[in-house]
Design a protein around this ligand. Structure first.
Ligand SMILES: Cc1cc2nc3c(=O)[nH]c(=O)nc-3n(C[C@H](O)[C@H](O)[C@H](O)COP(=O)(O)OP(=O)(O)OC[C@H]3O[C@@H](n4cnc5c(N)ncnc54)[C@H](O)[C@@H]3O)c2cc1C
Length: 530
C-alpha cells in the first residue's frame, strides 16, 4: 500500500474539526484524570515529607522489648491525622486489657521510658506523642455495656462513638460527642469534646465517673467535682490512662431536619429563637466559604423532635456518596470558582436532594430524608476527608467566643482570611456551655467556631498556617475567647497563658499526680515551662 504523502497528512491534521476533536479528547482525558485523582480513596495512612523538627531521628534505645506485651511496632515512628507530625517512638503496645496497661507502665518505669497514649490520633500538631515514648494504642480496648434502666453506658477508653452508636441504636443515643463519630471515648474525654447537641454541652458534662490508671499503677474511679476528675477531663492524657467511663446516654428520637439560609448579621437573633425552642435537639451553622459571600451568609441546620417512633428507624448506614463528597471538597481547594461551586451546591443542590415531600415511612426507610433518627446525623465517619493528594493536608481549628462577641469575631476572621489568602474549606458555628474543668476552654457560655483549613505540607505551607493561627488566636483573645488545644502547636507560651490563665496550676497538678512525669506528650514537653 502506498503511504500518504507528508503534506497530505499535515493538511488533514490542520482541519479545524479535527483539531477540535483532538483538543476535546485531550481535555476530557485530563478532566477524567483530575476527577479520579481528587476523588480517589486513600491508599493507606497518609504521610508527608518530614519537616525539620518532626523528622528528628529517634535516639537509639537498646532495651529488650517485654515479650508479655503485644508490640504493634518496635521502634519506628507514629503520625497523626494531619500527616505532618511523624514522631520517632520506642514502640507501640496494643492494649486489650487493664493488665496490658499496668504491665506497660511497669516496664516503662523500670526502664525510665515515658508513656504516651493514643486513640484514633486525630489531635494534630504531633502533640499526643512524645519523642521516644512507649505509646499505648488504646483502640483495641473497647468493650461496651449498657444499663438500660438508668441509661448509663460503660465504655472502655478505646471504644469509638461509631461503635457505640451502632450498639445503642435504635433505642438510645449518645448525648454529647464530636460532630463526627470516629473518635475514642478516652481521646474525647481528654479534650472534653463537644458537638451538635447544643443543649447537652460537652462529653465531660455527661460523665458519671471515669476509671483511670494512675502513673503508679493504681486504679481509681473518679466522679464529677473531684480534683482528679477536673484534671482528667480535658487533661490531654497527662494524669492517668482512662480505662473506662460511665456515660449518660439519651433516648433516640426522630427529628425533622431543616435548613435556613440567613445573613450572618442575623445570626444572633436566629440563635435566640433556636435557644428558646426546646424542641430543637441538634443545631449547627455553616458560614459561606465562597469568595463572593465569604462569612457574610450562612445556613442554619436544625433538628426538631417529632413524635415518630425511633424503633422504626432503619439500621444505621455508612455515609453515602463518599467519592462525590471528597471530589467536591478537594476541588474547592483549587480556587475561587471551585469554592463558590461548593457553597452553591450546599445552598441550592443539597436541599433539593433532601426533599421534605416524602412520607414519614419513606423518610425513615431511606434515613436520608427530612425525618432522621438522632443517631443518623451523628453517625458520620467522614471517610471523604481522607485523600491521596500530594503536598496537601487539612487542619482543624476551633475558637470559643463569648456569645455576644460572635459578629465582631467573624468580621475580624474575614479580614484575616482575606489578607492571608487562606484556603478555607469549612466554617461551622456550634454551641458550648460554661465548663468547670481545670484547663477550661469555656469559662462562660460560648459559640465554638470550627475551621477546616487547607495547606501545603512544605515549609511555606506550615509557615502560612502558623501565621494565620497566631492571628486567629490573638483575635480570639481580644474578643474575650479561648482557643482549643487539640490542634497544631502554632502558638507561643504567652498566647497559651493569655488564653488559659490557670495553665501554671494545671502543670503543678500534673507534677503532683505524676512526679516522675511518666505520662507525657509533645504538647506538655513544649509548654510545661510556661
Ligand atoms: C477532622 C476532625 C474533626 C474534629 N471534630 C471535633 C468536634 O466536632 N468536636 C470536638 O470537640 N473536637 C473535634 N475534633 C478534635 C478531637 O475531638 C480531638 O482531637 C480528640 O482528642 C480526638 O480523639 P482521638 O481518639 O483521636 O484521640 P487522640 O488524638 O489519639 O488523643 C487525644 C488526646 O487524648 C489522650 N488520650 C487518648 N486516649 C486516652 C486514654 N484512654 N486515656 C487517657 N488519655 C487518652 C492522648 O494522649 C491525647 O493527649 C476534631 C478533630 C479532627 C481532626
Amino acid at each position: 500500500m502506498k503511504s500518504k504523502p507528508k503534506a497530505d497528512i499535515l493538511q488533514w491534521v490542520r482541519k479545524p474539526a479535527v483539531i477540535v476533536v483532538v483538543v476535546v479528547i485531550v481535555a476530557a482525558g485530563v478532566l477524567v484524570r483530575k476527577i479520579l485523582y481528587y476523588s480517589a480513596d486513600p491508599i493507606g495512612e497518609k504521610d508527608c515529607p518530614p519537616l525539620a523538627s518532626a523528622g528528628d531521628k529517634a535516639t537509639r534505645i537498646t532495651l529488650p522489648y517485654d515479650p508479655s506485651l503485644t508490640w504493634e511496632q518496635k521502634g519506628g515512628t507514629i503520625n497523626d491525622s494531619s500527616c505532618l507530625d511523624r514522631t520517632p517512638v520506642f514502640g507501640i503496645v496494643e492494649v486489650k486489657s487493664t493488665s496490658d496497661v499496668s504491665r506497660a507502665l511497669a516496664f516503662a518505669r523500670a526502664h525510665s521510658l515515658k508513656i504516651s497514649i493514643a486513640g484514633v490520633r486525630h489531635s494534630q500538631g504531633g502533640q499526643a506523642f512524645a519523642k521516644n515514648a512507649l505509646v499505648l494504642d488504646m483502640r483495641t480496648f473497647k468493650t461496651v455495656s449498657l444499663d438500660e434502666k438508668n441509661k448509663v453506658l460503660t465504655a472502655e477508653g478505646g471504644a469509638t462513638w461509631h461503635d457505640i452508636q451502632k450498639y445503642l441504636h435504635p433505642k438510645f443515643s449518645v448525648k454529647a460527642m464530636q460532630s463526627t463519630d470516629i473518635f475514642t471515648v478516652g481521646g474525647s474525654i481528654s479534650v472534653n469534646a463537644h458537638g451538635m447537641d447544643h443543649q447537652a454541652g460537652s462529653v465531660g458534662d455527661t460523665l458519671l465517673s471515669v476509671t483511670v490508671m494512675l502513673p503508679d499503677g493504681s486504679v481509681v474511679r473518679t466522679t464529677p467535682g473531684e480534683d482528679l476528675f477536673r484534671h482528667v477531663v480535658g487533661g490531654y492524657g497527662l494524669f492517668g490512662i482512662i480505662l473506662s467511663a460511665d456515660v449518660r446516654v439519651t433516648d433516640n428520637v426522630i427529628y425533622r431536619s431543616e435548613r435556613q439560609l440567613i445573613k450572618t448579621a442575623d445570626f444572633p437573633t436566629a440563635w435566640k429563637d433556636i435557644e428558646a425552642n426546646k424542641n430543637i435537639g441538634l443545631f449547627y451553622a455553616h458560614l459561606s466559604t465562597a469568595p463572593g459571600s465569604l462569612l457574610d451568609e450562612g445556613i442554619l441546620y436544625t433538628y426538631a423532635k417529632t413524635d415518630a417512633d425511633p424503633m422504626l428507624s432503619p439500621p444505621l448506614g455508612e455515609v453515602s456518596s463518599v467519592k462525590l463528597r471528597r471530589l467536591t471538597i478537594n476541588l474547592s481547594k483549587l480556587g475561587p470558582i471551585w469554592m463558590s461551586l461548593k457553597w452553591w451546591m450546599e445552598k441550592y443542590v443539597e436541599p433539593k436532594i433532601e426533599t421534605c415531600e416524602i412520607s414519614r415511612t419513606q423518610a425513615l426507610a431511606t434515613g436520608e430524608g427530612c425525618l432522621v433518627a438522632r443517631n443518623e446525623p451523628m453517625h458520620d465517619s467522614v471517610p471523604y476527608l481522607k485523600n491521596n493528594l500530594k503536598n496537601d493536608t487539612d487542619i482543624l481549628h476551633e475558637y470559643f467566643i463569648p456569645r455576644d462577641r460572635i459578629l465582631s469575631f467573624v468580621a475580624g476572621m474575614k479580614k484575616i482570611f482575606t489578607e492571608n489568602g487562606t484556603n478555607i474549606l469549612n466554617v461551622s458555628i456550634r454551641v458550648v456551655h460554661k465548663e468547670d474543668i481545670a484547663l477550661n476552654y469555656a469559662p462562660t457560655d460560648a459559640f465554638s467556631v470550627v475551621l477546616y483549613i487547607n495547606q501545603t505540607t512544605d515549609a511555606a505551607g506550615n509557615a502560612k498556617m502558623k501565621k494565620v493561627t497566631g492571628e486567629l488566636i490573638d483575635l480570639t483573645h481580644a474578643e474575650g475567647g479561648r482557643f482549643f488545644l487539640p490542634y497544631q502547636l502554632h502558638y507561643s507560651p504567652e498566647q497559651l497563658r493569655a488564653s488559659y490563665p490557670a495553665i501554671s496550676q494545671f502543670f503543678e497538678a500534673k507534677k503532683r499526680y505524676d512526679p516522675q512525669e511518666l505520662l507525657t506528650n509533645t504538647w506538655y514537653e513544649t509548654y510545661k515551662g510556661v
